[in-house]
Structure formats: C-alpha cells, structure tokens
Design a protein around this ligand. Structure first.
Ligand code: GRF
Length: 217
C-alpha cells in the first residue's frame, strides 16, 4: 500500500502540486491523502482540489497562540492517517512539541543550499554574496529552524544576468524535481531517519544527495 503523505501549505502550492502529481503516477510508492493550509487564501487549495485531493484549513488567525494552532494542526494530521508530512511553503514556525511529536516524519523544503541562508530572502542573499551556486534543500524538520538533517539538494549555477525573480523560478523548477524524489525514496524505505540521522540504502548519509541542473526557467 502506498505511504500516505500530507502536504501543509500557506501559499500557491507549486511544490504540493509536484508532489501530488508524482503520487498520482502509476506505481508511486506514496499517495497524497491530505492538503492542509493555514489560511483560506492559499492558492494551493484549489490546485489540490482540482487533482481530487481532500483539503482542509486550520485558520491560523482563529488561534490565540502557537500552541493551540499547532495542536489543531496535529489533530488534523493524525486524522488524515499520514505517515509522512511535507511542509511546502508553510510560513509558520512550529513548536518544539509539535516537531517532537512528528519526529522523523516531518519534511521541509528550503530555497537555499543549507546550511547557507537559513530564514528569508535566500535568493537575494545568495546573489548579493556573489555565490557561484545556489539551490534548494529538502530536510527533516527539527526544533532548530531550517537546521534539520538535509536529505537532498537541487543545485544550480548562478548566472550574471540572474535576478531574485529569475533565480526563484529556476530554483522552483529544481524543487519540483527533488521534493517528489525524496518522498519516493522515503516511501521506498531507501531514505530513513534513525535517531536524528539520515540513512540512505542502509548507511549514514554523509553529505546530501545532489541533483544538478542548469535548468533555464
Ligand atoms: C518554495 O520556494 C520553498 O522552498 C519555500 O517556499 C516556496 C513555496 O513555493 N519554502 P510553493 O508554494 O510550493 O510554490
């Protein structure tokens, strides 16, 4: 039976859609069973519904504090039966309690080559630093923001003509490849979380798996 996956979003949900489309392909080892947003206005809700995926909203504005929002989100996730949870453009910081509850089952995608550029404005920061390469990272979520062990990175070479907008588009193209790929590897038990470390094909993963691309987008 395919591994049930929930995707949690705040925005347009292009990564959610890439994961969902991969899961709909014949023979996929995982299946997106739920898409949850923290706001009604998340564009990804309509994209998910169009693919026939159940959606729900845990409206962040209706909760007095982070703890009560996280508890409601956790209840929704447990109800979905998901074994793997993919945060995809989810713009909330989750409490340590939440992260601990879903330890080893919680993924995030971050638009930089972690550990570089945790936090916001990653494309502008990579360009301002004159970096030769940039990209995105899929990592397990731990209590440290953008600090959990990285599973896979999509890497591209920055071009002299690149702007934040062009880099954003190029990085998104890579994200849509690596996030479904990681879900496939986890559902196929090739990637595993063991006591805070990533294992790949039964051995500790010393450095992230890399997807190289010069995709123009
Ligand atoms: C992506 O760039 C992801 O790395 C970051 O938020 C963005 C979400 O984009 N965490 P989308 O909503 O999946 O299109």
């Amino acid at each position: 039976m395919p591994m049930p996956v929930a995707v949690v979003i705040s925005g347009r949900g292009s990564n959610m859609e890439a994961i969902a489309r991969a899961s709909l392909a014949a023979g996929s080892p995982f299946k997106v069973v739920s898409v949850i947003a923290d706001r009604e206005t998340a564009g990804g809700l309509a994209r998910a519904a169009a693919l026939g995926i159940p959606t729900s909203v845990v409206p962040v504005k209706q909760f007095a504090d982070r703890g009560s929002f996280d508890a409601a989100l956790a209840t929704e996730l447990e109800a979905s039966g998901a074994q793997l949870i993919a945060l995809a453009g989810f713009m909330r910081i989750l409490s340590a309690e939440f992260v601990q509850r879903f330890e080893g089952r919680l993924l995030n995608i971050h638009p930089s080559l972690l550990p570089k550029y945790k936090g916001l404005d990653t494309h502008a920061r990579a360009l301002a630093a004159g970096d030769s390469h940039h990209g995105a990272s899929v990592h397990y979520v731990t209590a440290e923001l953008d600090g959990g062990p990285v599973i896979m990175q999509g890497r591209l070479r920055l071009r002299s003509a690149d702007t934040s907008d062009t880099v954003s588009a190029r990085v998104h193209t890579l994200e849509h490849i690596i996030y479904p790929h990681v879900c496939t590897l986890i559902a196929g038990r090739r990637v595993e979380w063991r006591a805070g470390k990533v294992f790949f094909d039964g051995a500790p993963l010393a450095t992230p798996l890399i997807e190289e691309s010069d995709a123009a987008a």
